[in-house]
Design a binder for this molecule. Structure first.
Ligand SMILES: Nc1ncnc2c1ncn2[C@@H]1O[C@H](COP(=O)(O)OP(=O)(O)OP(=O)(O)O)[C@@H](O)[C@H]1O
Ligand SMILES: [Mg+2]
Length: 288
């Protein structure tokens, strides 16, 4: 899986190297969590490497987003706009169903294969454009499928309610996306806490921990590694290899398992004990 750097300081190691190329990610957080900052930072990282950026804004207008980026210390955005490496699509106030079904395909036909970075900020109004969950799913699914033809997609989603990701407007996009990142933001009085959690990342080993993050002018989001370390030791695969020598395991099963152990590390087994695992396998294959 080819990885692209997220642009968010500290995030790549937690995602096994970054976002998967041509994948779709969703960043969820309540107002003030840093969604627009995340999206801008992601696009800007690509621009620095010569990759084109497309910012689809469904909420704020182009001028507002640019003003915020300049405030952040990212005025190079203006040069990329001049050079047309960065393109804004201001869809705020539009009828989204129509926009996605009619105008998006024409845009995609023009940009197909560009290997650009696309940010959609926020996806929420698309979810709200219809009450019918079937139509919501179809609309979001179509939109993600189309935009993926242009490159690697990052959508943001507003979080309302309890903050446990169970609200209807988050469930469908989370389900459809390849990677889901939750920006947990709490502000009561002078106390501000920000924690990032990777909820899922398809085809990636990723951190399961909650990571404090900060927003710093000039840099943007910075994520703390905390206790997260990629475990690369192979003590458990070695033990399993030894257990596979036992005569009560059918040879074809043992050979298949032997192959499966390639590239695995202790991290993949977490708290699973080798002999426990082998018992389960023996049971499944009728030799237990
Ligand atoms: N120029 C800046 N300097 C320092 N911190 C900033 C700057 N701009 C934004 N921030 C911090 O980033 C926070 C989040 O901003 P951002 O607009 O990205 O949030 P958001 O999740 O998009 O919110 P909303 O849902 O309201 O659009 C701000 O509340 C502020 O704490
Ligand atoms: Mg925003």
């Amino acid at each position: 899986m080819k990885k692209i750097k997220s642009g968010i300081f500290g995030l790549n190691p937690l995602l096994d190297g970054g976002f998967n190329e041509s994948s779709t990610s969703v960043v969820i957080g309540r107002s003030g969590a840093g969604k627009t900052t995340f999206a801008t930072q992601y696009i800007r990282r690509g621009l620095h490497d010569g990759q084109e950026g497309i910012f689809v804004s469904l909420d704020e207008n182009k001028e507002q987003i640019i003003r915020e980026a300049v405030e952040m210390g990212w005025s190079d955005i203006l040069d990329y706009l001049d050079d047309e490496l960065l393109v804004f699509i201001d869809a705020s106030g539009r009828e989204f169903g129509n926009f996605i079904r009619k105008e998006l395909p024409a845009f995609v036909a023009e940009w197909q294969g560009a290997n650009a970075r696309i940010a959609v900020d926020p996806l929420t109004p698309v979810m709200w454009s219809t009450k019918d969950p079937y139509e919501q799913r179809e609309l979001i699914g179509f939109m993600l499928k189309e935009t993926r033809k242009v490159g690697t997609v990052l959508c943001t989603l507003e979080e309302h309610g309890a903050g446990d990701l169970t609200t209807p407007e988050t469930v469908i996009p989370m389900y459809l996306a390849d990677c889901v990142i939750h920006l947990r933001y709490r502000s009561d009085g002078a106390n501000v806490t920000r924690e990032m959690k990777i909820v899922k990342a398809r085809s990636s080993r990723h951190s399961q921990l909650a990571h404090p993050y900060h927003i710093v002018r000039g840099l943007g989001l910075i994520v703390e590694p905390g206790e997260y370390r990629r475990v690369t030791t192979t003590r458990i695969p070695v033990i399993i290899r030894q257990l596979l020598q036992r005569p009560d395991l059918p040879k074809p099963v043992a050979e298949r398992l032997e192959k499966m152990l390639d590239g695995l590390t202790d991290e993949d087994f977490r708290d699973l004990k080798p002999d426990q695992l082998l018992d389960l396998i023996r049971n499944e294959y009728g030799t237990g």
